[in-house]
Structure formats: C-alpha cells, structure tokens
Design a protein around this ligand. Structure first.
Ligand code: F6P
Length: 340
C-alpha cells in the first residue's frame, strides 16, 4: 500500500514521533509512506514526498513537524474536493493517516465518509480536549513548560509583592491551566468550565497579603470569559474558532483596581508548543503512530487511535469528533483546596 501521512492544525510536541512511528511500522509491514506537506494544503496543491525509515531517523526528540502544517479546511475552498481527490490519485495513495486536532479530524471524517476514502486519525493537541481519548500527546510537554514558567515567575513576583497573572493556552478547555496550576501550587486557577468570582479572589489576595504572603500567583486559561465590562476582539481562524489570547490582561487590571496591589501579566503563548517533547509525550506519540499504521494494515478505516487507560484502542472517527472534553468539576474542586 501507499500510505499518506498528514499533520494538520496547530503544531504540537510529539508530531515527529508519530510520523516516525507510522513510517517505521508501515515499512516493516511492507508499505510505502508518503508525507503530505503543510497539512491539507499539500493535498490541495499536490505537495508530497516519499518517506522511508532513513527519512525519519533523529526526529523523535524534535518539536514541530517535519511535514509542516497549516490551519486550512480543504472543503472551505473552491474545488477543494476535486483537488484533494486528484492529489490522492496522482500519488496513488491507498490510505491516509491524519494527525490533527478537532478541526483537522472533522475534515478527515468528511473525506472518510463522503469521499469514501480509507482514513485513520491520530489525536493531536496540547489542549487535551479530544473526548474519545484519555490523553493527547503534547499536553504533558505544555504542562511541564507552563509549570517551569510559573515556578520562575514566582521568585520575581515575591520579590516585588505583586500579583502575577499567567495566561496559558487550552482554547475552550482548562486542562493546561488546571494541571500547571496544580503542579506549581498556584493561588487561583481560572478555567472556562467554572465561572469565577473576582470579589472572592480579591478578598483572598488581600487576606494573603495581610497574612504576610508576599505575592499571589493566578493562572488563567485563555478561554475564560473576560470580566463584565471588558471585551477583547478575537479574529476567527479557518475552522471558525476564535483566535484567543489576552484575557489575562483584563483579569490583572481588575485585580489591581480592586486590591491596590501591582499586577503583572505573562501570556505564555507558543512557548507551550515549542521545543522537545517530554519522554511521556514521545512514548504516547510513538505508540499512536505504530497503532495507526497497524490499523491501516488491518483495514480498520474510519477510526482514530485513542488512549484508554494504558491501552491503545481504536474508536470511530465519528465518536472522536462528536464533542470536546472539559475538566470535571470534582477535579477543579480538588485544586480549590489550595486556593487563597
Ligand atoms: O489547539 C492548540 C492551540 O495551541 C490552542 O491552545 C490555541 O488557542 C490555538 O492552538 C492557537 O492556534 P494558532 O496556532 O492558530 O494561533
């Protein structure tokens, strides 16, 4: 078989480990892998390159994706369908491994169902919000980076008696904020799943400072609603998702106004997606890649590889893209034990 491999949507630490897993396993099983360059763009514009075992040596620990990626919905383009078809035929591709998040996997589902093309999906996102899998690779790395950053910001905050607001990624879900906040002992964690109360948080900050604590660390997920009275202009991306970022500034200025303590903001942004994946993410991504190649070999199309407990399972792409998964309230309440 000739198996296309595509990475779509935002990049994520561990993508190269998946590509390496797919290509190495496919070769062992007697198949040829073909890399699709720059996500769906490569299928729209016929940009591909054959990949053998030697092409994927030394990439396990590299961040980003050797194939490139893009945020493009192929079906939002004129003749998108025909262009994708034509590239699949020109390259004599029999199946595709699509490595992506919510938007990319939904396009993959369309191609699988409406285009009747053999596809296996691999869930990718630092946000950890794909419902059908217990974990996505990239999440562990993003949490570690955010935790390291918060640890560092604590020492500068305490020297100045400041409120430090750290904004982390995660889109509409608060996984990164919750995990990084828990791991770093944050004084408050604000996530989109749970409404926040700035009056209560301000009182806690005042009490902390009155008790002699020299700073307050507030971790904010980028997807929370801004406080009443403030708003942020958010442009939309190709899949119609708002491009988030900056809500931490509105929280910081409200807290400064209410408490009188100086506040500073750090938006960690793309730092959370860059650089080498953690060992945990390398292993999960490698297992996903191997399982995806096996699924293609065995003819289990229209599926996505998923982590369930410690096992890799196949779930339907349909189920995988049906909903996104938020932080359970009980887990947030556990974190609340340490607030204030
Ligand atoms: O979905 C992953 C993610 O990093 C989100 O956490 C973030 O909101 C978004 O992608 C940023 O997207 P872009 O790369 O298009 O700026």
């Amino acid at each position: 078989m000739r198996i296309g491999v595509l990475t779509g949507g935002g990049d994520c630490p561990g993508l190269n480990a998946v590509i390496r897993g797919v290509v190495a396993r496919a070769e062992r099983l007697g198949h040829q892998s073909v890399g699709i360059l720059h996500g769906w763009d490569g299928l729209l514009e016929n940009k591909t390159r054959e990949l053998g075992r030697d092409d994927v040596r030394g990439i396990l620990q590299r961040g980003g994706t050797i194939l490139g990626t893009s945020r493009r919905d192929p079906y939002a383009h004129a003749n998108g369908w025909e262009s994708v078809r034509s590239t699949l035929e020109t390259n004599r591709l029999n199946a595709l491994v699509v490595i992506g998040g919510d938007g990319t996997l939904r396009s993959a589902l369309k191609l699988s169902v409406e285009g009747d093309f053999p596809i296996v999906g691999v869930p990718k996102t630092i946000d950890n919000d794909i419902a059908a899998t217990d974990r996505t690779f990239g999440f562990d790395t993003a949490v570690q980076i955010a935790t390291d950053a918060i640890d560092r910001l604590s020492t500068t905050a305490e020297s100045h008696d400041r409120i430090m607001v750290v904004e982390v990624m995660g889109r509409t879900k608060g996984w990164i904020a919750l995990y990084a906040g828990l791991a770093s002992g944050a004084d408050e964690i604000l996530i989109p799943e749970v409404p926040y109360d700035l009056d209560r948080i301000s009182r806690e900050i005042e009490r902390r400072h009155a008790d002699g604590h020299t700073y307050s660390m507030i971790v904010v997920a980028e997807g929370i609603e801004p406080p009443p009275g403030s708003s942020i202009e958010l442009p939309l991306d190709a899949f119609g998702f708002p491009r988030l970022g900056g809500v931490g500034y509105t929280i910081a200025s409200e807290l400064e106004r209410r408490t009188g303590f100086e506040a500073r903001v750090n938006v960690l942004g793309y730092l959370q997606r860059g650089g080498t994946p953690t060992a945990t993410d390398r292993i999960l991504a490698t297992r996903f890649g191997i399982a995806a190649a096996d699924a293609i070999h065995d003819g289990h199309y229209g599926t996505m590889v998923a982590l369930r407990g410690n096992d890799i399972k196949l779930v339907s792409l349909d189920e995988a893209t049906a909903e996104v998964r938020g932080v359970p309230r009980a887990l947030y309440d556990d974190a609340g034990t340490f607030f204030g």
